[in-house]
Ligand binder design. Structure first.
Ligand code: FUB
Length: 318
């Protein structure tokens, strides 16, 4: 049975990594204060980040390392600190986080720490050329890749070919779906090393999923690797499932494989997949403990399994 990881507070959007053999959880920190629910995501009014850690996500003690970054300490950011992620390089820890700037436009910032549990010191400006939200940072050999993007409140529909467009819109239902983005990070981990590229998801006939497909990308990118396979998983947003697709390199394209998680209590669904001590885990959130409030979500974890053909088995017992 899935475990609620941290009943003492409302947290969501888990990004999880193993640093020094220990599991570190980088969640959003949900906040209740006159929340207004709409398609812009205005009810998600998070102001800071905490870091949690544990040695055993299904049974062990989960420690809250306290507040590690506050929106007030980020000069360019005004509000809505959503899903973040963290990467380690050469003994430094880099937290990547989205926030809306003073013009209410999402950008992605970096904050640096000496320890995985922070505290994190923000860079004065966001990453040049960054936009949208929902960040996953994936290390592959010596390279680090950032996956990002989300539609509706995540503002991804405002961009084509990495440029803002005048009339934000989604593709027509029969056109290729609006893709998430992937970009290699610079060697100092503080900028993009290249222009972000589309993360294309193909159907079984090798054609891109169309915008009207219930399995098309919406938000919550996550990348993990097992053997030589690259697993790109994501949320379908208003269709309320978590799906995955498989490729043979970090840029894709990825071929759609299936649904991992059926709708949970609450509007959003957001997850990550991590290996620790030979076991695989699926971290996610739902709004059951808050009685279904979209903006008050609780972190959960369940073990994850593959079949003999390396397909991921759908998560049950949620
Ligand atoms: O937490 C705010 C937003 O809700 C996230 O960015 C999305 O993935 C959804 O979980």
């Amino acid at each position: 049975m899935a475990r609620y990881l941290f009943p003492a507070d409302f947290m969501a959007d888990p990004s999880v990594h193993v640093f020094n053999d220990r599991i570190y959880i980088y969640p959003s920190h949900d906040w209740e204060e006159g929340n207004i629910e709409n398609d812009n995501g205005d009810c998600y009014i998070m102001k800071d980040y905490h870091v949690l850690s544990t040695d055993d996500p299904m049974h062990g003690e989960v420690i809250d390392h306290g507040k590690v970054l506050d929106v007030q300490d980020v000069p360019w950011a005004r509000r809505q600190m959503w899903d973040n992620d963290c990467a380690e390089k050469d003994g430094k820890y880099y937290m990547y986080f989205p926030a809306k700037d003073h013009n209410d436009v999402f950008h992605i910032g970096v904050a640096v720490a000496d320890k995985p549990e922070g505290p994190f010191v923000p860079m004065p400006d966001p990453i040049r050329g960054s936009y949208s939200m929902d960040i996953c940072v994936f290390k592959d050999g010596d390279d680090y890749y950032m996956y990002f993007g989300g539609i509706w409140g995540g503002q991804l529909q405002r961009y084509r070919d990495n440029l803002a467009i005048e009339n934000p819109h989604l593709p027509a239902e029969d056109e290729p779906a609006l893709p998430g983005r992937v970009v290699k990070l610079s060697s100092d981990m503080l900028q993009f090393a290249e222009e972000p590229k589309p993360v294309v998801i193909l159907n079984e006939n090798g054609k891109p999923l169309v915008q009207g497909d219930p399995h098309r990308f919406f938000e919550a990118s996550w990348m993990h690797k097992r053997g030589n396979k690259y697993y790109f998983s994501y949320s379908t947003g208003d269709n309320h499932t978590i799906c995955y697709a498989v490729g043979d390199n970090p840029y894709g394209p990825f071929t759609f494989k299936g649904v991992l998680l059926q709708p949970v209590v609450g509007w959003t669904t957001h997850h990550c997949i991590v290996e620790h001590k030979g076991k695989w885990y699926f971290f996610f959130h739902d709004s059951q403990p808050s009685g279904g409030k979209s903006w008050l979500r609780s972190l959960k974890c369940e073990e994850l399994y593959y079949d003999a053909d390396d397909n991921i088995l759908p998560i049950k017992n949620v």
